[in-house]
Design a protein around this ligand. Structure first.
Ligand SMILES: [Zn+2]
Ligand SMILES: [Zn+2]
Length: 467
């Protein structure tokens, strides 16, 4: 018997946690964080308590209460007995938080399968930010927390497109797809009843649309008995959009001025990162990155397919923020940040501001205190170019952002292309794949799929669908 149970991503965008059961084999397709559900109860100054382990998350329904899934230390903290893991694997489509983050709670003996670029991104993410219980994907520290404990590593199995591997009675074929983060995959999974296909997050208007086409073609070929598809923008108004348009618009915005230019985008979106890096080079500017984004360059430059520059690239400048004494003293920088200190290309806000037409600052809203140190003069340009609307970075207050840009007399520009397929592209893809059952997830408008077929299941959470 083969079944699917959806523990997240149902009538919401992200938070995918799909249990695929085939005979005795159980695998989760993604195990992400639901931002909308979390925001129902929590906000900036009211957070689930790390000191309470998994209890706040279980009680408030942020993670499903199921057996044989979670870490021993968290079960003990919750007053329960440790449980032998009852899940054979997690298949992770990509590194976005709404698909990956709640792997943090899972038992360390459950292997996580992911693309190699996805692994690099998760390594960069864990290096750039301090540890929290919601971000312990690759390793975790047992709770109650002690600084002395060394982290427990999870078992990670990397794959590349076309690799096939077995998990119990399942055979899995990951196929690369285009999304706003590299290392994104869809899966074709052979079960004892037949193949099923899972899109993960996809788009067909991006720089590498042919990768998503590869997935669709393969899915067509295998004639899946079920298709689990994302539907993020299925009901949205459509407009012409592409990375090329972002490039053209932003290149114009940068080349028209001799003043400072700021570009605000999600660094995990490597297409966008390369768009602005190349615009900087073309307009004779150095590309200024934040210290914590420098970790992305360090890790992603290891994947030759991505062409990402490393931190010692001649066109990269690393912005050194004021810390501690406020005097840029060596003693002010601790831990991993120290590795950037002695690089010749690490500049202070004052150094950056003294060369306004020679820099393009990939410094966004969360580093706006730099504007104070730069003594920013009116006329600087700010390009808002965000790519993934369902993560923390995006939960910024538009009003507060406007207050900053107005205070410093900055001119605002908007240029963006989404990580998710347009409605018409998605419907076309689903029509082509032609499956017996469609399970729309990662969407608030699953009904729109009924426009093209009657084979749509109204997915309900925690319900087991036999296929
Ligand atoms: Zn997503
Ligand atoms: Zn995504």
């Amino acid at each position: 018997m083969t079944s699917l149970t959806f523990y997240g991503g149902v009538n919401e965008i992200g938070g995918n946690k799909i249990l695929l059961q085939d005979k005795d084999t159980k695998a989760f397709l993604d195990f992400g964080k639901s931002f909308s559900r979390r925001a129902t109860y929590f906000e900036e100054y009211l957070n689930p308590r790390t000191s309470n382990g998994i209890v706040d998350f279980l009680t408030m329904g942020l993670v499903p209460d199921i057996k044989g899934v979670y870490r021993d230390d968290l079960m003990v903290m919750a007053g329960r007995k440790p449980e032998e893991p009852d899940i054979d694997a997690v298949l992770l489509t990509h590194a976005h938080a709404d698909h990956a983050d709640y792997i943090s709670f899972l038992h360390e003996d459950i292997p996580i399968h992911m693309g190699s670029a996805c692994h690099l991104i998760l390594k960069a993410l864990s290096e750039r930010a301090s540890r929290t219980i919601e971000k312990e994907i690759l390793d975790f520290k047992p709770r109650p927390y002690s600084a002395k404990d060394s982290p427990i590593e999870r078992k990670v199995n990397e794959f590349r497109t076309g690799d096939k591997f077995k998990i119990g009675s399942l055979e899995v074929e990951p196929i690369h797809v285009d999304h706003s983060v590299p290392g994104a995959y869809g899966f074709i999974i052979w079960t004892s009843e037949g193949p099923i296909a899972y899109t993960g997050d996809i788009r067909l208007h991006g720089t590498h649309a042919e990768m998503t086409r590869d997935f669709i073609e393969r899915a067509k070929e295998v004639k899946p008995i079920a298709l689990i598809t994302e539907g993020t923008r299925i009901a949205d108004k459509e407009k012409e959009e592409s990375e090329q348009i972002v490039y053209q618009e932003s290149s114009k915005t940068v080349s028209e001025t001799k003043n400072l230019v700021f570009a605000d985008f999600n660094f995990k979106d490597v297409d966008r990162l390369m768009t602005f890096y190349n615009i900087a080079k073309e307009t004779g500017r150095k590309f200024v990155v934040k210290m914590n984004d420098a970790f992305f360059l360090k890790h992603l430059s290891q994947d030759k397919h991505l062409n990402v520059p490393n931190i010692d690239d001649e066109d990269i400048i690393i912005y050194l923020p004021k810390r501690g004494s406020g005097q840029y003293s060596d003693k002010d920088y601790k831990g991993k940040d120290r590795e950037f200190l002695d690089l010749h290309n690490t500049w202070t806000a004052e150094q950056i501001a003294s060369r306004p037409d020679k820099v393009l600052c990939a410094i966004g809203f969360y580093s706006f205190t730099a504007l104070i140190d730069m003594k920013l003069k009116p006329g600087a340009r700010y390009i808002h170019s965000s790519s993934e609307p369902y993560n923390e970075e995006q939960e910024l207050s538009q009003e507060r952002l406007n207050a900053w840009t107005e205070h410093f007399g900055m001119n605002k520009f908007q240029s963006h292309c989404s990580g998710h397929a347009r409605g018409s592209d998605l419907l076309q893809a689903v029509k082509e794949i032609d499956t017996e059952t469609i399970f729309p997830i990662h969407t608030e408008h699953p009904d729109v799929f009924k426009k093209i077929t009657t084979n749509v299941t109204n997915v309900e959470e925690n319900v087991k669908y036999t296929i």
